[in-house]
Design a protein around this ligand. Structure first.
Ligand SMILES: [Zn+2]
Length: 363
């Protein structure tokens, strides 16, 4: 599920909303309409929109600090469970990562401080001392109180010292100043798993389905973070030539696609370099070949479907920089050239295999 709608671009960062996010105001709106009527439904939807405006500002706070430390921020996506800023690479120094991590919750705390007096002045005595758990949607003043409280709640939740929360990132950065990155990550990840289990148990015992979903999300995201860090650390140790398969079948540019299809049955290659006079012209993926075959291969040659904008690297390049390039451009293959002569291809599967072998070595 990768369907996101673009909302707007600010500071060079695109803010998108995932299609599943749209279910949230619809769900809240309909259930309130059914239970409490039209005005309550309207208030509920307004509240959701404002909460997610706060979430967007929270993510933008991370992003702006990240940009200051030369970490590229591609976009911010709003999901029903919160916002995600997709950043490329990590800042060089743990201290920078720490500042990026706490920038989001700090925004919420500052906003809460700013809103405190105006909100409590407007709502007057009536709602003072009321628990937000049973405020309901009966008045705009109740919505105002929610709007105030959502900020300290977001700050508190995000500052839990556990991956994937901001607090977990800040903790890892703090520990990484004293410990190796892998160990610092493992501690923050274990805390993430612990919190996830606690949330899950509370969710089941007190029956809060949303909490169970959040627990599941935290558990998976924490595990992914650990894998990602270990992968990065491993890739730093290797050069492109260490994993490069040089015995690769390549294709001449004028080879008919019917022939390429026959050839593809005899190898396990997922990608074929297309060569023109000894120089690389582009790369054909098995996927694009099958796509072409689903229409018609008649009169078509390798050149017609070759991707000519394929990423390129050198045998002596660091594997981690090649991986970063692939991830940032969303590409699954890189052509490896030495003095303009093709040496082979590296695919995302090659990198995954090298990682699996290396993990086996360690354990
Ligand atoms: Zn955050």
């Amino acid at each position: 599920m990768n369907k996101s709608l673009k909302l707007f671009t600010i500071f060079g960062i695109t803010v998108k909303v995932h299609v599943t996010f749209l279910l949230l105001p619809a769900f809240i709106g309909f259930s309130l309409l059914y239970a409490e009527g039209g005005m309550a439904a309207l208030r509920g939807i307004v509240l959701i929109v404002i909460i997610f405006a706060f979430v967007t500002f929270h993510e933008l706070s991370h992003s702006l600090v990240a940009k200051k430390y030369k970490t590229k921020v591609k976009d911010i996506t709003l999901l029903p469970i919160g916002g995600v800023a997709s950043m490329q690479g990590r800042p060089e120094k743990p201290k920078q990562e720490f500042l990026i991590a706490i920038a989001g919750p700090m925004f919420n705390l500052v906003l809460a401080a700013i809103l405190f007096y105006p909100v409590y002045f407007i709502i007057g005595e009536g709602l003072k001392g009321m628990s937000i758990a049973n405020l309901g949607f009966g008045s705009w003043k109740a919505i105002l109180l929610y709007i105030f409280w959502i900020n300290p709640i977001l700050a508190f939740f995000n500052l839990l010292p556990a991956f994937p929360m901001d607090g977990g990132r800040a903790l890892r950065a703090f520990l990484a100043q004293r410990l190796p990155l892998a160990k610092a990550t493992r501690i923050a990840v274990s805390l993430g798993h612990t919190f996830a289990v606690i949330f899950g148990l509370v969710g089941f015992l007190a029956w809060h389905p949303l909490l169970i979903i959040i627990a599941f999300f935290i558990y998976v995201a924490a595990s992914q973070e650990e894998k990602q860090v270990n992968l990065k650390l491993m890739l730093r140790e290797f050069k492109v030539k260490d994993v490069l398969n040089e015995k690769i079948v390549s294709i001449k540019r004028n080879t008919p696609l019917t022939e390429v299809l026959q050839l593809s049955r005899k190898t396990t290659q997922g990608y074929f370099p297309v060569i023109d006079n000894g120089a690389l012209l582009g790369v054909i993926s098995l996927q694009s070949l099958l796509h072409a075959a689903s229409e018609s291969l008649e009169d078509k040659t390798a050149e017609d479907i070759a991707n000519k904008n394929v990423l390129k690297a050198k045998p002596d390049d660091n594997l981690s920089s090649v991986y970063d390039k692939m991830a940032s451009r969303n590409q699954k293959v890189v052509a490896i050239l030495k003095e303009n002569k093709l040496q082979g291809l590296i695919t995302i599967e090659d990198i995954a295999r090298a990682y699996r072998i290396e993990q086996k070595d360690i354990n």
